[in-house]
Design a binder for this molecule. Structure first.
Ligand SMILES: CC(C)(COP(=O)(O)OP(=O)(O)OC[C@H]1O[C@@H](n2cnc3c(N)ncnc32)[C@H](O)[C@@H]1OP(=O)(O)O)[C@@H](O)C(=O)NCCC(=O)NCCS
Length: 300
């Protein structure tokens, strides 16, 4: 097995690998698929990640064939990891373990963070066997566009984020989640590819006390990531995101322990579609508020 960086002309091949291996695993084990559309939809992963972190897709090659891939995202406070895939014909041969070990090595002293499915024991075990530990549980919830979203006053206001919000957004995420990742937040705000929508919540004195991004692409429809000081702020931001016209119903990763939040989402008609765990290799600080992760860019 050779581990090397993805070459620029291999984006379509890695997109097809992500589509095929993920759908194969979920079809075989859970009777469903993650990516309902075409393999090209998964180009959103190499394209987004190459623009954010050029050269940070590690691939495993066996006998000249692309057997696995994993993206990693070096940030000031940590390294984010995802999306990880092994081709079905190479499953169980240590491809993912080798990719993971190399990324942990490259991370050096920085913690490595990822969000792994609690329904996918191959994935969960891959990480826990490598020394990761689950630190938080999230419910993947879906609201339909016509679900009623009435809400009590959040004691503040919501508006679209602007470039000038970046410093306050960064500071809030660092204060609440203990992570700092300017490239990702800058990417959401710049929205060069047109898939991103970001809202901020301001308290009554005008201070930013929450933000929530979302992506709307056939390969990834998600509300998140975001951080908020309180659950009522989270609900106001989700409500704003839900009002945005999209190509399909987005998935929202909600902290399972935030019972007021999940309770209101249930009252709005939300359904649970999966469970994910935040896994960390290295140091971790309990959040001082609400943290909503995402898979693109994998935020942990
Ligand atoms: C999850 C996935 C990446 C694993 O890839 P893989 O190359 O088959 O995994 P590996 O062969 O490296 O095995 C991983 C380890 O998990 C272990 N493992 C798997 N299931 C286990 C279980 N139930 N209990 C304990 N250990 C388990 C394996 O034994 C192996 O450990 P070992 O090498 O010490 O024996 C692959 O199944 C895949 O691509 N799935 C679809 C996409 C996906 O779900 N990606 C992850 C989320 S982004």
């Amino acid at each position: 097995m050779i581990l090397r960086s993805l070459k620029p002309d291999e984006a379509a091949e890695v997109a097809a690998l992500i589509h095929r291996s993920t759908n194969h695993w979920y079809r075989e084990k859970l009777g469903s698929v993650i990516f309902g559309g075409e393999p090209e939809d998964c180009l959103v992963f190499p394209q987004t990640y190459e623009s954010l972190d050029p050269g940070c897709c590690l691939v495993a090659e066996i006998d000249g064939v692309l057997a696995g891939s994993c993206f990693y995202h070096p940030r000031e406070t940590h390294v984010g990891l995802g999306i990880m895939n092994a081709a079905p014909e190479f499953a169980g041969r240590g491809v993912a373990r080798a990719l993971l070990a190399e990324i942990i090595r490259r991370a050096g002293d920085l913690p490595v963070r990822l969000v792994s499915s609690a329904l996918n024991l191959d994935s969960y075990s891959l990480y826990t066997k490598a020394g990761f530990r689950p630190v938080a549980l999230f419910q993947d919830m879906v609201l339909l566009p016509d679900d009623v979203l009435e809400l009590a006053d959040s004691a503040g206001s919501v508006r679209r984020a602007v470039d000038g919000d970046l410093p306050a957004m960064l500071a809030l995420e660092e204060a609440i989640a203990g992570v700092r990742r300017a490239p990702d937040l800058r990417h959401f705000l710049a929205n060069d590819d047109g898939h991103w929508t970001t809202f901020v919540h301001l308290d009554e004195s005008g201070c930013l006390d929450g933000w929530l991004a979302s992506v709307d692409h056939p390969g990834s429809r998600l509300i998140g990531p975001g951080v908020m000081r309180e659950e009522r702020i989270t609900l106001a931001l989700i409500r704003a995101q839900q009002a945005v016209a999209r190509g399909g119903a987005p998935v929202i990763l909600v902290p399972a322990a935030a019972s007021a939040l999940t309770g209101q989402l249930y009252r709005w008609g939300a359904r649970n579609v999966e469970l994910h765990v935040l896994q960390v290799h290295g140091s971790y600080k309990e959040p001082a508020g609400i943290v909503m992760p995402t898979f693109l860019p994998e935020s942990g």
